[in-house]
Design a protein around this ligand. Sequence first.
Ligand code: FAD
Ligand code: MLT
Ligand code: ZN
Length: 471
Amino acid sequence: MNLLPELEKLLGAAQVLTGEAAAPFLVDWRGRYKGQALAVVRPGSTEEVAAVVRLCAKHQVPIVPSGGNTSMCGGATPDETGRALVLSLARLNRVRSVDTDNDTMTVEAGCILQAVQTAAREAGRLFPLSLAAEGSCTIGGNLSTNAGGTQVLRYGNTRELALGLEVVTAEGEIWHGLRGLRKDNTGYDLRDLFIGSEGTLGIITAATLKLYPLPVAQCTAMLALNSLEDATAVLSRARAGFGASLTGFEVMMGTVLEAVVKLFPQQRLPFEGASAKSPWYALLELSDSESAEHAQGRFEAVLGAAIEDGLVTDAAIAESIAQSRAMWHLRESIPLAEAGLGKSVKHDVSIPISLISTFVKTTNAALQVKFPGIQHIVFGHLGDGNLHYNVARALDQTEEQLLAQQYDVYQLVHDSVHAHGGSISAEHGVGQLKRDELTRYKSALELTLMKQIKQALDPQGIMNPGKVLQA
Ligand code: FAD
Ligand code: MLT
Ligand code: ZN
């Protein structure tokens, strides 16, 4: 018996997609990769996921787990051979339980991030993971990529928000690790091994997540700044002044926000005149557990001093929730605006915060020498030292010409990241995009240990082959 009829018998024919129905799963969000697959299957329970994996293990068919398909590095896109099965977690979308005494919730992997946030809020709690793809990415994808986003400086990335996991292994067994414990030192940390493994070690089917109190008041401001150095100085003061209440600190080049308002004319910068043409902007958020007055007092003290000392050239403080949302909307529209400008070479790097402005200056200069006229698209999560240091084509270049230079651009930028003590993937993961780059910066020992772990957990090499490591 071959695999497809067995899958149809197991799941029902309606949950085994081929042809047009499978097409959206075969191309990544950025349109950089197009693959083929035997079929896309949509199991409806952990037991069904396990049964599908057992069938694939029996037939030695590779499996590509798929969540919301918003990966920035082709992680959920199968290769072109058509041998793999795409396994969508979309139907595992139940909130299994919320425990407000333990401040935890247990959700299935296919839950959309926004639905997880909403369920937490309905229980009077905060689930703080937040990113612009939250309306379509899934918690399983977030865990598998150890996603970051805009609140990491206060709450950590997805790894720090997960207490327990349920995982289907590469042999189709179910590991019941849904523990809601903040302390558990019982040997190797399997949970942290699966988190961030991008579907190469097993399939996450559910997770127990940490919840936090909802803030009583929030203050948001957009700041106009002359330089990234000034942004770093303001971040330092905000950290000292707000402590754990500092929940967001994003930076954006002025030209990047210009591109946003050009593409989305209904959006506007909260500035007029010269401040609307600032070289840099920062978006700052404070979350307070006391009161609006307390929040405002702290906010104005730190911002006032930064303006007086010339670090901030102008500040727009949101006076309503609508104004705060509009500021965040500007920031969150950047990936779409960037995609609207055409294909760019994207880098998702982290650098010690103290070296970020030096990194940008020296790398910009080196790029201009080697690729004259290339345009810089720099924005990101300065609060966690994570920049999206992207490069768009020079005005006299075609998109294809830029993409033909992609690996040379990577090499220059990633060498600079490495020289500044940074990482070539801060939050997006490796997928297929950075797989070969990884081998240039990880030590031989690290790569060997990673391969040994892969071999131990996935001896047949059927879990998302060709992602993170060579197949
Ligand atoms: P997918 O894209 O479907 O999959 C991602 C990887 O995880 C693949 O390797 C896949 O095989 C694997 N996978 C998916 N589900 C499972 C599972 N249940 N078990 C095992 N493996 C699985 N990322 C950030 O970190 N920070 C940001 O601020 C951010 N902003 C973004 C903004 C936009 C507009 C977009 C399009 C993307 C953004 N991303 C960001 C990238 C992306 O949203 C995240 O990586 C997200 O975590 C992926 O979730 P997903 O459900 O879409 O996963
Ligand atoms: C972001 O911070 O907006 C995301 O990581 C997406 C991107 O880099 O385009
Ligand atoms: Zn980001």
